[in-house]
Structures are given as structure tokens and as C-alpha cells.
Design a protein. Structure first.
Length: 235
């Protein structure tokens, strides 16, 4: 099986540097990269995964099916999106959560022969964590955004609805007193919930809890940034 870096063609100044471009994408970008067939068979996947990790370790991903890597509902949904990209010949962005971390996955159609015409026969997948500028970037590029229906909540699956609510408020930068006032509960009750969150999520302090809230998508990153700025402005 040939390397995708030998199959992907580009015009202009990149023509002579495709191998270096591919290495940068797969090794230096901090994103998980895969090339997948219409049947959901992996032709290539980054050897070290951070965002699109499989359910169990494999010696190699090439040749595996998505159903080998993910629970069936998740694999089936991603397979449907892969086929949509190939049928429409248009990229799309999928927002999802994997192991409790909110992710952004871009799927783009590829052609084995690198020609600008003809039917694509594989999909390039690039997955990473979400940052505040992503929605603006997608809107400017006029790319469809899809919210995944099947996600992996990770450690958050063990939280009660009240704990989820308090975790989101911690992520927004609210103090124990502010959360107690907002939820009409005592500070002692909120502090007990916070301690429970710390145990369940292996978080050492409020900063860790806030980071988890942002990563999981309970609070947008820009909202967390605004909360930190507001706290700095207070005397």
C-alpha cells in the first residue's frame, strides 16, 4: 500500500514539497490524521492519537475498519458522513466529543490519482480539539457543520445532572458563592458538589475543573476567556 504522501497531488509552490507537507500535517500539527475508504477502511492513521483515539490499542491501524476502532453507533455515524463527503464531493466539519473532550473533525474528499476531476474515492480526516476561532473559520469557508449524535462522554458519563450544571458554571469562572446564589443552594452544598467533581474527574482544584468544562464543550472557550478577563478587572 503506497503512502498517502505519494498519492496526494497539489499545484503551485507545494508541488515539489508534498512529502514535507504530509509530515508536517501528520507529525507537527497536533491533529490526528487519517485517510479512509468509502467502506470505512483505514488506509492511513497517525501512529500517535490524541483526539480520535480508538477504543483499544492496535499495533497498526492500516486495514482496520471504523467498526474495529469505535463503538458501532459512533462508527456507523462517521461512516455515513464519510459517504456524504464522497457523494457530494464537498468537505464538512463534525463537532463531537471523544472521551469527554470536544473535538473538531474535518473530512475532505480525495482522489487516488490526484486529478482535479473525477469521483473521489477516499476521505482525508483531520481531528483536533476545538478553539474559539473555529466557527468563524468554517462560516467564512462556507463549510457544512454537523453535530455528532453519538459521542463518548468519558468521565462525564458518571456525573449527575446537577454536577454537570455546576461544572459548567465553574468553567464560566463563577465562584462558589456565585454558583450558590444562582442555583439557590447553600455554599456548603455547592462546595460538596465541587469536592465530588474533583474525585470523579481526578481534578486537583477549580482550575482543573474549569479546563475539563471547556474541553468537554460544557462552556465555549471564548466564554471561559471572557470570565478570566472579567476576574482580572475586578479590584
Amino acid at each position: 500500500m503506497s503512502s498517502p504522501s505519494n498519492e496526494i497531488q497539489a499545484g503551485g509552490p507545494l508541488q515539489g514539497d508534498l512529502a514535507e507537507v504530509w509530515t508536517t500535517l501528520t507529525s507537527d500539527s497536533g491533529a490526528d490524521v487519517a485517510v479512509v475508504t468509502p467502506e470505512g477502511r483505514v488506509l492511513f492513521m497517525s501512529p500517535v492519537l490524541s483526539w480520535w483515539a480508538p477504543t483499544r490499542p492496535f499495533d497498526g491501524f492500516a486495514g482496520k475498519l471504523l467498526t474495529d476502532l469505535f463503538p458501532k453507533p459512533i462508527a456507523d455515524e462517521r461512516g455515513q458522513l464519510i459517504r456524504r463527503v464522497l457523494d457530494t464531493n464537498k468537505p464538512l466539519v463534525m463537532h463531537a466529543a471523544w472521551k469527554g473532550i470536544r473535538t473538531r473533525t474535518v473530512m475532505r474528499p480525495l482522489r487516488a490519482d490526484g486529478s482535479p476531476t473525477g469521483k473521489p474515492d477516499r476521505v482525508l480526516i483531520v481531528c483536533r480539539g476545538i478553539v474559539p476561532a473555529d466557527d468563524t473559520r468554517a462560516a467564512q469557508a462556507d463549510v457544512e457543520i454537523v453535530q455528532a449524535q453519538h459521542v463518548d462522554k468519558g468521565q462525564l458519563a458518571n456525573l449527575t445532572p446537577r454536577e454537570m450544571e455546576i461544572l459548567a458554571l465553574i468553567g464560566q469562572g463563577l465562584t462558589t458563592a456565585a454558583i450558590a446564589e444562582k442555583l439557590f443552594r447553600s455554599r456548603k452544598t455547592i462546595e460538596a458538589h465541587r469536592l465530588s467533581l474533583g474525585i470523579k474527574l481526578s481534578a486537583r482544584n477549580r482550575v482543573d475543573l474549569a479546563r475539563i468544562a471547556v474541553q468537554s464543550g460544557l462552556v465555549p472557550p471564548d466564554a471561559a476567556n471572557s470570565a478570566r478577563i472579567d476576574r482580572r478587572k475586578k479590584p
